[in-house]
Structure formats: C-alpha cells, structure tokens
Design a protein around this ligand. Structure first.
Ligand SMILES: [Mg+2]
Length: 313
C-alpha cells in the first residue's frame, strides 16, 4: 500500500496520540494499583527526614525534661483507661506504628483488641484521635491510608502537614479537640506513643505551652480577684496533662538504634535533672497489672534430652 506524505503524517500523528493515551491509562492504572494494594509499602530506608524530630536535641539543651514520660508501660494493655477518665482525662491522642499496629500497617495488633475497646468505650466517640507520622501526612496520598486506619481502628486520623512533634501539628491537635461538641482542653488529654522524640516530646511541648497559658490565666484571675474582693486565690483544678505515656514494647523491630539512644537519654536525664512540681504526679493508679500471658514452659530439645540421660547414667 502506498501512502502519500500527508496521510502518513496523519496516521503517524494518530498512532502517537493513541500511544500517549495508552501510556497515560497505564500510568494511572499503576498509580491506582499502588494506592490500593500497597498503600504503606515504603520502608524505613525511604522514609523522609523528620526535621521537627531532628531539631528536638537543640531544645533539650534548655529543657532536658522534654523527653521524660509521665508514665511508662510495655503496651496499652497496662493502661487503666477508666481510672484515667475518673481522674479527669477526657481525650486521647494515639500514635499508630508500633503502638497500635505493626509499622506501616493499618490493622490493630490482635493482642490489643480488648484494651483498645476499653479505651474507645471509656473516652467515647470522637474523643480518641490517631496522630501518626505516616497516615494523615503528605506521605498518605489521597488520604487512602487514613481511611483504611479509621475503618480498621474505628477512630479518626488527624491530617497534619508537619511531622510530630512540630508545633503546627500541636495546633492541628488543638483545633480538632476544641472543635468537638464538648471541647477537650490540653490538660485533659493523654498522649500515647512508642517514640520519645516524637510522641513524648509532643505531649510535653503541649504541656509546657498549656502550663504557661494556664499560669498566665491564673495570674490574671488572681489580679482581678484581688482587685475586686478579699477572697483567697483558688488553685486551678483538674488533671495535669497532657499525660505522656510511653509504650516501650516493640511489635516489629524498627529503628532499634534510635530507640536505644532514646532510652539511654531518658535514663540520663532522669538521673541528672530535677522534676518540676507539676511533674510530681501519682500515676501508679493508672497502671494495670501486667496482663501479658506468661510464656509457656519451653520444651526440651532432642539434644537436651540425650544430654540429661547421659548425665543421669
Ligand atoms: Mg510509633
């Protein structure tokens, strides 16, 4: 078949258009497949730098006790949620990876089913929030992972632009809790997570800011009271929060060197610094007994049996 120059150009152009269209469809299909089936498949080596977390050591030079948790537990099964509610804590912020789920997964660790149920029932709908450095961040394309986590865990996931423990993330947390029908204040929160430089520092930063605000408010109140009446100043009532709860158990090994450094730092700061009066809380009432089942007795191997027989002979 003989083609004229004009028809050849036309055919070539059409072919090119079709090819481009095919590529376009292919690319979109691949992107959709990646989002649907491997929403959390990035590994720790490709994780972006957590700049707010990396800047924490500079703040520690001034406030070393930012890394000190209020309560230390192996996992959330040790937390007595009804006691916390009784003490005035009304809301909870939870980390996700290695606290409630395996890293970069969306399903609750099966062992935590009862504790998680108790937590949600105690605090009530909407008062438990997941703040993760994976789901709900810019890494969570289209919010698909957040949707999945909300579906599996039954609580909302906060969307935030900067990683924990950034101050903009703190603002987003405050905005969420203050927008509830029955708003929850900073000091009525608990913050639960497995990392010191993100979760514990986040809680303590909120507490520092909140403490300054409450201190300022109380001094203004005192001034007003003293100018209007001779009454004694009343202390501020309620819980002293947010309560930083550090879960030290690891469901799947991840960033173990960093965890080791964090643990050493906490020990060092605890030894060489003095807690403020606000930190001196009796938190033992918020702890349950260790409910982790004892490990079954180990069965002796064939070699051990033979050795014991030889010894007996
Ligand atoms: Mg975590």
């Amino acid at each position: 078949m003989r083609l004229t120059a004009e028809s050849a150009v036309l055919r070539c152009g059409q072919g090119l258009d079709l090819r481009i269209e095919e590529l376009h469809v292919e690319e979109q299909t691949l992107r959709l497949q990646r989002m649907m089936f491997k929403p959390t498949s990035f590994n720790s080596t490709t994780m972006p730098l957590n700049i707010p977390g990396l800047l924490v050591p500079f703040q520690l030079l001034l406030y070393p006790r930012l890394v000190i948790p209020s309560l230390l537990v192996k996992d959330i099964r040790q937390i007595d949620f009804p006691s916390l509610k009784k003490a005035g804590y009304r809301g909870a912020v939870f980390d996700k990876d290695n606290c409630l789920t395996l890293p970069h997964r969306d399903i609750l660790v099966p062992e935590l089913q009862n504790a998680w149920k108790s937590c949600r029932e105690t605090f009530g709908e909407g008062n438990v929030l997941i703040v993760s450095n994976s789901a709900g961040t810019y890494l969570d394309a289209g919010g698909i992972q957040s949707e999945s986590v909300t579906y599996h865990l039954g609580v909302p996931v906060l969307f935030h632009k900067s990683f924990k423990p950034a101050y903009s993330c703190i603002t987003a947390i405050r905005t969420y809790f203050s927008s509830l029908p029955n708003p929850i204040h900073d000091h009525e929160l608990i913050v639960v997570g497995d990392r010191v430089f993100t979760d514990v520092v986040l809680a303590n930063r909120i507490r520092m800011q909140s403490g300054k605000r409450r201190g300022l408010a109380s001094s203004v109140d005192e001034q007003e009271r003293s100018s209007t009446s001779d009454m004694e100043p009343q202390p501020l009532m309620g819980p002293s929060g947010p309560l930083a709860i550090w879960t030290t158990g690891v469901w799947e090994k991840e960033s173990m060197l960093m965890r080791c450094l964090e643990r050493s730092l906490v020990k060092y700061v605890e030894r060489w610094s003095t807690p403020s009066s606000r930190e001196l809380l009796d938190v033992n009432g918020f702890l349950k007994e260790d409910l982790t089942p004892a490990e079954p007795p180990r069965k002796a191997g064939v070699l051990e049996l033979l050795t014991s027989r030889v010894r007996r002979a």
